[in-house]
Design a protein around this ligand. Structure first.
Ligand SMILES: [Zn+2]
Length: 144
C-alpha cells in the first residue's frame, strides 16, 4: 500500500523537511516577532507599522512552562480519538525570546521535564484519516 500524503494540519504555520521551522512575521520598523504570521498591525505600543516580513523562527528554545493536557484542545488543534493525555510546552524561542506553545511527542515523560529544558522543533503526526496524514509541530527535548 502506498503511503498517504503528509500534509500540515494547519496551512502556513510551519515548514516541513529535515529542519522544520515555524513561520512567523517580523515588523519591518521595530523588529518585533509574531507567531502566527497573521498579524495586521504591530502590537508594540510605540510602533504604528503595518509592514511585516515573513520569517522562519528559531528551531530551538527552552521550556518556560509545561502542563499535562488531559482534555481535548480547541481548534485548530485536532486530537486523535480516543483522546489520550499529552504534554503541552510553552517554549521561549532561543533568538526571538517569544513564547510559542506546542504539543510534545507522546513518548515524552513530563516527569523528566523542567523549566529551562532545551527543546527543538520537530514535525509529528497529529492525526490521520483515509486520505492523508496530518502533521503538526512538536517540541522535543534535545538529547543531552
Ligand atoms: Zn513594530
Amino acid at each position: 500500500m502506498a503511503s498517504k500524503p503528509r500534509v500540515p494540519a494547519v496551512e502556513g504555520w510551519f515548514t516541513l523537511g529535515e529542519t522544520p521551522h515555524l513561520i512567523g512575521a517580523q515588523c519591518r520598523k521595530c523588529q518585533t516577532y509574531f507567531f502566527p504570521k497573521t498579524v495586521t498591525m504591530c502590537s508594540n505600543p510605540s510602533c504604528d507599522s503595518a509592514d511585516f516580513d515573513e520569517v522562519e523562527l528559531s528551531r530551538t528554545g527552552r521550556i518556560w512552562s509545561y502542563t499535562q493536557n488531559c482534555y481535548a484542545p480547541p481548534q485548530p488543534y485536532v486530537s486523535p480519538e480516543p483522546f489520550e493525555p499529552y504534554t503541552v510546552a510553552a517554549v521561549e524561542l532561543s533568538h526571538e525570546k517569544m513564547v510559542v506553545l506546542g504539543q510534545m511527542p507522546r513518548d515524552v515523560d513530563p516527569e523528566g521535564l523542567e523549566a529551562g529544558t532545551e527543546v527543538e522543533l520537530v514535525v509529528g503526526t497529529l492525526y490521520e484519516d483515509d486520505q492523508s496524514e496530518y502533521l503538526m509541530w512538536n517540541w522535543k527535548p534535545v538529547e543531552a
